[in-house]
Design a protein around this ligand. Structure first.
Ligand code: SF4
Ligand code: SF4
Length: 381
């Protein structure tokens, strides 16, 4: 089920307008209104914060302010598990009232219980976390039975008239044939897939099972070759982003295209790497030294090919080179022949450890503002 034409036109005209103006602009607000989750996936870098931080929530007003500040036409709400946030139905309604396109990401454990708090709308999409078939997904989320719950949730949401897609993160060791069969299954279910390679960002607990750039490019060639250059399947990703995954484009990231507002503030520089937090979107855009980040510039970025860093680049490339984009959309991703040169990593600056100082600052802030949390802060620290 593709995006409604009205949404494509709305987002397309925003992108074109901003592109013509020049300068940096966001496409999708990434919102993490809480970090608490009801799963404990081994690749997750969100859930191991101490309790005082896991207990933090962005209020309805903060969520509305975030979209007003940045002006993006769409918001992707993740976490943590957003369905644990008591005000989530009101937050979704508030965004829809502002005519923002809302993607609500969930692990689906609570979807059956909470689905009637939401109503189908051309502005609203459920995005169910599914990292492959039953065996692959249950291992990725470190709990048996979650795939079956998510699959049932997809069917329930579709039966109630909701637009549903899945978000699929691919980890090292995935079997291309199995992943291709999984995409067939999702196509048969009538849901689109948002695809991203797992990237060993600094907060991920399990650093071993993420893909590096070389393996990513070879892996996606292998997968797409099994599906007619990817044309057999329905992806929400842009054709040129898929082409990039398969090693046919040399792209630098566009980290501001999907800015993250989390319980700590606006995260610098991007969704994946947290090197500091600021109070306002303006401070993020004007106060970040963007030239310090990206593949080839910073060690933490070396393996990154994720959609929230590179979809914005693919979107800009599509505007500049529409014929190239249409060729990939029509013919599929090229899965053989030479790859585009990759970015040289030899001059990247070394990684900086900013996590401990950031955590201490956040805990001190909580301790100062909430005396009841103080004893937990001491225990957690
Ligand atoms: S469902 Fe998402 S937020 Fe929850 S533990 Fe898994 S990766 Fe982390
Ligand atoms: S490459 Fe870009 S998007 Fe990826 S972690 Fe670095 S700054 Fe963020």
């Amino acid at each position: 089920m593709s995006l409604p034409v009205s949404q494509i036109l709305r987002i397309g005209s925003y992108t074109l307008r901003e592109h013509l103006k020049g300068g940096r602009y966001p496409l999708v607000l990434m919102l993490e209104p809480l970090l608490r989750c009801n799963l404990a996936c081994k690749g997750c870098g969100k859930i191991d914060y101490p309790d005082p931080i896991l207990n933090q929530r962005l209020s309805y007003e903060q969520c509305m302010d975030a979209i007003d500040e940045c002006g993006a036409p769409a918001v992707s709400i993740a976490g943590g598990e957003p369905l644990l946030h008591r005000d989530m139905p009101r937050i979704v309604k508030g965004y829809i009232a502002k005519k923002k396109f809302v993607i609500l990401c969930t692990n689906a454990l609570l979807l059956k219980k909470k689905i009637d708090d939401y109503a189908p709308s051309p502005f609203f999409t459920w995005s169910i976390h599914l990292d492959g078939d039953k065996g692959m997904h249950d291992i990725a989320v470190s709990q048996d039975g979650v795939f079956d719950i998510a699959r049932e949730a997809i069917m329930i949401a579709k039966a109630k008239g909701f637009r549903v897609q899945i978000n699929c993160t691919v980890f090292d060791g995935a079997d291309p044939a199995r992943l291709a069969a999984f995409f067939d299954e999702m196509k048969a279910l009538g849901v689109e897939t948002t695809l991203s390679p797992g990237y060993a960002y600094e907060r991920a607990a399990d650093q071993e099972h993420f893909l590096n750039r070389e393996r990513t490019r070879k892996f996606f060639r292998d997968v797409f070759a099994r599906g007619n250059g990817g044309k057999n399947w329905a992806f929400t990703n842009s054709p040129l982003f898929l082409d990039f995954l398969a090693g046919n484009q040399t792209y630098e990231c566009t980290p501001w295209s999907m800015p993250l507002r989390t319980v700590f503030g606006w995260q610098k520089p991007c969704y994946l790497v947290g090197e500091g937090y600021v109070e306002t979107f303006k401070e993020l855009m004007e106060g970040t030294d963007w030239d310090k980040y990206g593949v080839g510039k910073y060690e933490k970025c070396a393996d990154c090919m994720v959609h929230c860093g590179f979809e914005g680049t693919a979107a800009t490339d599509s505007i500049r080179h529409p014929l190239k984009m249409m060729k990939v959309a029509m013919k599929g991703v090229r899965t053989s022949g030479p790859m585009a040169p990759d970015i040289d990593l030899s001059n990247q600056r070394p990684a900086e450890d900013v996590y401990s100082s950031h955590l201490e600052r956040e805990l001190a802030k909580i301790k100062a503002s909430d005396p009841k949390a103080a004893k937990h802060v001491v225990r957690a620290a």
